[in-house]
Design a protein around this ligand. Sequence first.
Ligand code: ADE
Length: 220
Amino acid sequence: MLNFHIITLFPESISAYLSSSILGRAQKNKKISVSFYNPRDYTDDPHRRVDSIPYGGGPGMVLEPVSFLKAAQAAAGRKRNVEFIFFTPSGRQFDNKIAQEYADKATNSKNFHMIMLCGRYEGIDARVPEILNAKPFSIGPYVLSGGELPAAVLVDAISRRLPGVLGDDLSIEERRVASSKVYTRPETLKWKGKEYKVPEVLKSGNHKKIELWRKENSKY
Ligand code: ADE
């Protein structure tokens, strides 16, 4: 089983997504597990504050190291096969190849644990990833408000590559997704006085021609 441990101040921002559809089924079928750890539960501060002003000055707040380290420690316990990762726009660009490498690691060990640290504000104190040897990942060239969406993206992209998670074989599924133009009923769509027809070839029953059409129409 691939066990995702997500360290976040805002678990509710992604928990619904991770419990829906394919990922929800993967959890039920014990292909993956998803657990959340909130650094606020690991601070001694009476007001459960976990942020503070940055050394060296500058705007915004920085997340204090101890509560994140304690939450990460609670997730890791004495487990083997643990990898720490965190999210930053300046990290390594995450892609399908990396997703497959993690899926393979999980497939080749009885239990594999990915502990994901989600920052907010200006980020987590830089000593945290250093101490944990956490790998930095970016999910694209844009700035998000925190690591929660990147964590959900990684859980999704990796989990669908685990054997038995998709109904269909992954290669079929990937081809289906790659052919971006898809059609269903009705054959002729009437919308605001205009008619929009399904391409004739898709109704021909000629699988060779359909395959060729899909290759040629795999981009919008
Ligand atoms: N945190 C903020 N933006 C991000 C991005 N694009 N990828 C990963 N982590 C981020």
